[in-house]
Design a binder for this molecule. Structure first.
Ligand code: AMP
Length: 266
């Protein structure tokens, strides 16, 4: 377990803000993209992987939610437009997302590595990221694709409740809080994210199929894809992911010609 956790402020609020403490250098940092449909548990996995590996959790969705919670909606027209798309469950236009990521490109040099969560989400974003990484001399280690049947995705999303204060995530049945509507960690009020409402869930799943699923093929062709089953307990899935990544690293070191797609199921 790695205690190398900063508060991600440079990512969440933009380059004018500085993280509370710089990340400690890690001998072999992970530089990963996490893919998966809404509800698959990418955010939870990113947080666990960050704790285990010291890599910084870079979520574009968190940047938008941070803007909402700090009432930055009015700050720029682009952010205001982005939050409107987000509340309906639609993808934010590439140009807005790309500007946000480009402004935060220093985070890709984080000494602990990085876990991109929720970005890229379209082929255009994936192409732009590839150019950015190339131009900065950064190599991705792998792209983890979390897999789960659609019926389970819907049940995970519709039962999800988030703490308004500390952002801890609960589930009405799978991870129920001790007192209904109250966060176990900080006593904050639990609420249902606007984009976890039934109409928005349908829009998000459709957007994933149309725009993001093609990235699986894109990264498989690039020899970066590692598929991991997302069923089971979060810690179990995290261990499965780390095992898959370590094995890939071993294979690449021992047999560099064997760079291809791998699949890990329980
Ligand atoms: P997430 O927390 O990753 O599920 O993101 C929440 C919402 O933010 C998504 O449903 C989109 O509306 C928006 N969003 C986050 N990242 C992106 C992205 N890379 N491209 C387009 N929209 C995004």
């Amino acid at each position: 377990m790695n205690s190398n956790q900063n508060n991600r402020v440079a990512w969440l609020r933009g380059p004018a803000a500085k993280c509370s403490e710089p990340a400690t250098e890690v001998a072999r940092p992970w530089r990963l993209v996490l893919l998966g449909a809404p509800g698959v548990g990418k955010g939870t996995q990113a947080a666990l992987l960050a704790r285990h590996s010291g890599a910084c959790h870079l979520s574009t969705g968190d940047v938008f939610r941070e803007a909402t919670s700090h009432n930055l909606r009015e700050q720029t027209l682009a952010m205001s437009a982005a939050l409107n798309f987000m509340s309906k469950g639609s993808l934010v236009p590439d140009a807005i997302v790309w500007q946000l990521v480009r402004e935060r490109a220093d985070c890709l040099h984080c000494a602990g590595g990085f876990l991109l969560d929720g970005f890229p989400r379209t082929l255009a974003q994936a192409g732009a990221l590839r150019h950015l990484l190339q131009s900065q001399g950064i190599e991705l280690d792998a792209v983890v694709s979390y897999e789960l049947p659609n019926s389970e995705l819907v049940s995970r999303l519709s039962g999800r409740r988030t703490c308004a204060n500390c952002k801890a995530v609960f589930h009405l049945t799978a991870r129920a809080p001790h007192f209904a509507g109250v966060c176990d960690s900080c006593g904050g009020v639990l609420y249902q994210r606007e984009d976890d409402q039934p109409e928005a869930i349908a829009v998000r799943l459709e957007a994933y199929e149309r725009s993001t699923a093609p990235l699986i093929e894109f990264y498989r062709n690039a020899g970066l894809l590692v598929s991991v089953s997302a069923s089971g307990e979060p810690e179990q899935i995290c261990i499965r992911t780390l095992a898959a990544l370590e094995l890939r690293r071993l294979n690449r070191t021992a047999r560099p010609e064997m760079i291809g797609a791998e699949t890990f199921a329980p």
